[in-house]
Design a binder for this molecule. Sequence first.
Ligand code: UDP
Ligand code: MG
Length: 322
Amino acid sequence: MSKENSDTKLLSLVVSAYNEEEVLENFYNTSKKVLDSLSWDYEIIFVNDGSIDKTYEIINNLATSDKKVKAIHFSRNFGHEAAMIAGIDYAKGDAIVCMDADLQHPPATLPQIVTYFESDYDIVNMVRISNKSAGFIKNITSEAFYYIINVISDAKLIRNASDFMCISGRAANVLRKNYREKIRFLRGYVQNIGFKKINMEYMANERAAGKSKYSIKKLFKFSMNTIMCFSDFPLRLGIYAGFFAILMGLIMSIYTLISWAKVGTPNGYATIIVLICFMFAVLFFLVGIIGEYISILFAELKDRPIYIVEDMKNIEDLNLNN
Ligand code: UDP
Ligand code: MG
């Protein structure tokens, strides 16, 4: 049964996959069942983010047997966000949904998402209401991250918004043209470009198979970058530290003068050592923060590509200069 006629809308499902050989076929079968039941036509764009297992072969086999499956293979691992950006760049849909390949983002939510797009919503923020498999540390750090970013930045991010993203074609155009930063936080941008949006809750599943690709170290780096992309507050810490040091200096001077008047020259060796250690610690910390911002500036200045495509299937090259 073909749904293709001129009025039928197209849904692009973007799926990033990094070493997901254990789960890809399961994902394809599960999502295809749901997609076939929709009134929209669809394409499934698998972005292989430089996998070193059988992901390449599995995606190409799916693309050979099903023309609705499109394959983009990166030349190396560029990261989950780069994979989503590539999928969005190449997607032809009136609406685009970015999903993980591990079935943590349930394809069963797609009919409701499509209903929102039919009601002219541009962005459906998918809010995770449970993530049993994430573990205690990941949940706590994720809470802390959203708390900090919302306090120190102008941009307001919804807590537990996942990178399960659903955007209309015109919202995607904004991302394609105007958000080509090398250090970025895609889901933050999606929440801050405006347009008509709605939140939809979903229950995150356990990972269907395979292992999580995000280590705590990777997540920490990612969180630091995000805070710096959305706020210049850390840069201002230097000024606050300066004020604090002036205040402490004044108090110490007054104290020294008084004790000099009362008991003669004060013996302040220990105080000096503590103060020097403390001041240097603050100073190095601030230099480190400036260094982080410079490294972001440097990455933007070098303007290297966000991703490099090595090979594609069922999709034509856009010759993008990303
Ligand atoms: N992923 C990717 N490139 C990476 C790391 C992950 O494309 O460098 C994909 C991965 O295949 C999965 C999604 O991003 O489809 C989410 O990754 P994962 O499930 O490992 O993260 P978690 O759900 O544990 O946060
Ligand atoms: Mg996952």
